[in-house]
Design a protein around this ligand. Structure first.
Ligand SMILES: N[C@@H](CCC(=O)N[C@@H](CS)C(=O)NCC(=O)O)C(=O)O
Length: 119
């Protein structure tokens, strides 16, 4: 599994949280101006050139929240969903009624409540 990303991007950080918390091995393909090879691969995968982009078993998955949900569906793990509040703040929601804070989160929502309010 490869992640095309940059560590300073909050969208990418959201996916990195899911990868680390769900204990998934991956290759970090850093998108930086001095790495033309990674940039070319990235552009071929996603012509809009937005990051993050995940490649897993030949599948290309784009959009941070969709990547987080893809990882949860495909591999399971504690981070099930990455939700963006209308304020743009990100919380990670755990199954059932439990929830916990993740780095950068300013508020914690519980499962059903978060889904009702954030989708
Ligand atoms: N809707 C996308 C937004 C991703 C996004 O805007 N990423 C920024 C970095 S934080 C980016 O790639 N910017 C470069 C560009 O727009 O060309 C997502 O959720 O993944």
């Amino acid at each position: 599994m490869k992640l095309y990303a940059h560590p300073f991007s909050s969208y990418c950080q959201k996916v990195l949280v899911a990868l680390y918390e769900n204990d998934l091995a991956f290759e970090f393909r850093m998108l930086a101006p001095d790495d033309q090879a990674a940039s070319s691969e990235h552009e071929a995968l996603w012509p809009l050139k937005r990051m993050p982009v995940l490649v897993d078993e030949g599948r290309t998955v784009v959009e941070a929240s969709i990547i987080v949900e893809y990882l949860a569906l495909r591999y399971g793990g504690p981070v099930q969903s990455g939700l963006i509040e209308p304020t743009g703040r990100c919380d990670s929601v755990l199954p059932g009624n439990s929830a916990r804070r993740v780095p950068g989160a300013t508020r914690t929502l519980c499962g059903a409540d978060a889904r009702r309010r954030c989708r």
